[in-house]
Design a binder for this molecule. Structure first.
Ligand SMILES: *Cc1c(COP(=O)(O)O)cnc(C)c1O
Length: 358
């Protein structure tokens, strides 16, 4: 019950143990098509370019940025936690110009500040922000932020690593342009894959680049030779076949439950957990309106030894929770309710164990 990886369901682990076939085996190619359709369902998109990058969430982040940003481009990056800062660092390495819009840790991204930054920097190519900031547990308004970006003719590049499967996300309805996620948060598949989806508008931007993408491995024009739908698939790199079996099974399970039902389950058990944590004297970092159900960041009572308490939870109850990051290090715990781990039984275990150890 930390900030990810979340518990992997036995069905998903069993899928990972299926025999490894070649990455161009006809049975695997059919499974790739299935994975792409299931990802379109999870992202709520019809985007052709929808696929898992063969690497963790940070590689999905880098894929979106290296393909869309060229040296000299201006990108407005919103930072309200760890991951916005990582996006800014990548843009800088590409040679882009970062306009940083900062909000306090625990606050959502302030749309007015993004609007002001776009007004002050006409011609900015993109706005990049995190939908669900796992370092603080805050949800930002992706729909409004994308609307603002489009009003200024900028692309919306969105981190949905922790949101996909856990809270409402509507890639087409909100007109998000380049979106990446991760396999190990609310999808509850093993870590190491990053689902991404790009709008046609974003694909046009990639196709009309003046400079080659600085990364060979993440260059989507090359990767699509393997993942491009309809196209004859050809070797680009050896896909992590067994990891993709696992992602496939996790997505099948999400579709069986239903996307909206999964969002509702995360909310239901979050409310149970929140009531119990507050009764134990722990207080949430984020205001109720912006709280992520899947990532509960709570301040612990003064005098409590952070590391010793988390160690006792692990040793005595087999329960892992996360510590704070960055500005919140040593001040909060981050309790995940992600994917297969968002269950009533886990809420009961967490409350009993934290109560006992405290
Ligand atoms: C976990 C996470 C990432 C990074 O994913 P990795 O798989 O660790 O590379 C990026 N953004 C957010 C919001 C995350 O929660």
């Amino acid at each position: 019950m930390g900030p990810g990886p979340s518990d992997v369901h036995p069905r998903v682990l069993a899928a990972c143990a299926r025999p490894t076939v070649g990455h161009l085996d006809p049975s695997f190619v059919a499974l790739m098509d299935d994975v792409q359709d299931l990802l379109r369902y999870a992202f709520k998109t019809k985007n052709t370019l929808t696929m898992p990058v063969s690497a963790p969430g940070s590689a999905g982040m880098e894929t979106c940025l290296v393909n869309l940003v060229e040296p000299g481009d201006t990108v407005v990056v919103a930072k309200n936690g760890v991951f916005g800062g990582r996006m800014a660092a990548i843009v800088e390495r590409i040679g882009g110009r970062v306009v940083l819009v900062e909000d306090a840790w625990g606050e959502p991204v302030n749309p007015q500040k993004v609007e002001d930054a776009l007004k002050a920097n006409p011609g900015a190519k993109a706005v990049a922000f995190v939908h669900a900031e796992t370092s603080t547990g805050a949800r930002s308004d992706a729909k409004t932020l994308a609307e603002i970006a489009h009003r200024h003719d900028a692309l919306a590049i969105v981190d949905t690593v922790t949101s996909l499967g856990g809270i409402e996300l509507d890639v087409d309805g909100w007109a998000l342009d380049a979106v990446y996620s991760g396999s190990q948060k609310c999808l509850s598949a093993p870590p190491g894959l990053s689902p991404i989806t790009l709008s046609d508008r974003a694909v046009d931007v990639v196709k009309s680049r003046k400079t080659p993408v600085v990364s060979w491995f993440l260059d989507l024009t090359l990767v699509m030779g393997y993942w491009g739908s309809g196209a004859k698939r050809s070797y680009h790199h050896t896909a992590p076949v067994n990891a993709i079996y696992g992602l496939h099974e996790a997505l099948v399970m999400l579709a069986e439950e239903g996307l909206e039902a999964s969002w509702a389950r995360h909310r239901r058990y979050h409310e149970q957990l929140a009531a119990g944590l507050e009764a134990l004297g722990l207080s949430y970092v984020v205001d109720a309106e912006y709280r992520l159900p899947q990532l509960n960041a709570v301040r612990f009572p003064e005098g409590v030894d952070d590391a010793a308490t988390r160690r006792a939870l692990l040793d005595r109850f087999g329960l892992e929770i996360g510590g704070g990051l960055g500005d919140l290090a040593g001040k909060v715990w981050r309790i995940g309710l992600m994917g297969a781990a968002a269950t009533e039984k886990n809420v009961a275990l967490a409350l009993a164990a934290i109560g006992a150890v405290l």
